[in-house]
Design a protein. Sequence first.
Length: 256
Amino acid sequence: MAENFHFIPIDYNPFEEAPYSKVGRVVDAQKEIWLSCVLGGKEAKLAYNESASLKLEGLLFQDYLIQACQTLVSRHESLRLEFATNGQRFMVREWIYPDLFFQDLSGFDPIRQEKAIQDFIGEEVLFDFDLGKGPLVKFSLLKLSEKSHLFTVTTHHLVVDGWSFGVIFEEIGEIYSSLIEQTNPNLPKPFQFSAYAELMEAFTNSKEYTKMESYWLEKYRQLPPRLEMPTDGQRPANRTFVCRRDDFVLDGIILD
């Protein structure tokens, strides 16, 4: 088993928890997600997992990739968030040093390797994050051959959205390249989540928000008729998060 892992020296205590640098009030979107996770249980919490993978071709310097992931997390408060048990507050860890899980599949035959990849991806999306104890992001690397790797980032929707993955992969690539070239990464100063939360809290306490809220409450004071959509089966009495997503590629003719 030892050949499946790569060890590097570290200059910090991985068992020491960093202090909180900030505490803030969660935004409305986070309240909704957190409440769904609490009421819906583990299945609901897993339904909000997000995972994306990139296949990397060419020589890869694993130590630099680890540093790039750690630098990314240090740049963005959202990747260092933890949440209070009542779901009303978020806490920002001053620092977090995420690990990079590594597994060597290069010795597997093509069929066994593909099965191992699919099994791994299936396990990643079902990773049970502890919302009250971060990190809520994890990084993984599968070695497929000397010049081919699968890099996976898995997070919870409480701290990222679909757009975030573009930022994550772009910044990791820039930081990784700068480490190889021994230059400074060309990245803008990030707008931190705590600043966004403060802006949202100020807005909810403003006259403009009160006016907007009153408008929508009046507009939907009388709800429209319930829309019943045809389904393949009967909806359960209680909402569940037991589900599956199927993706289909549409032919160009259909799109045109």
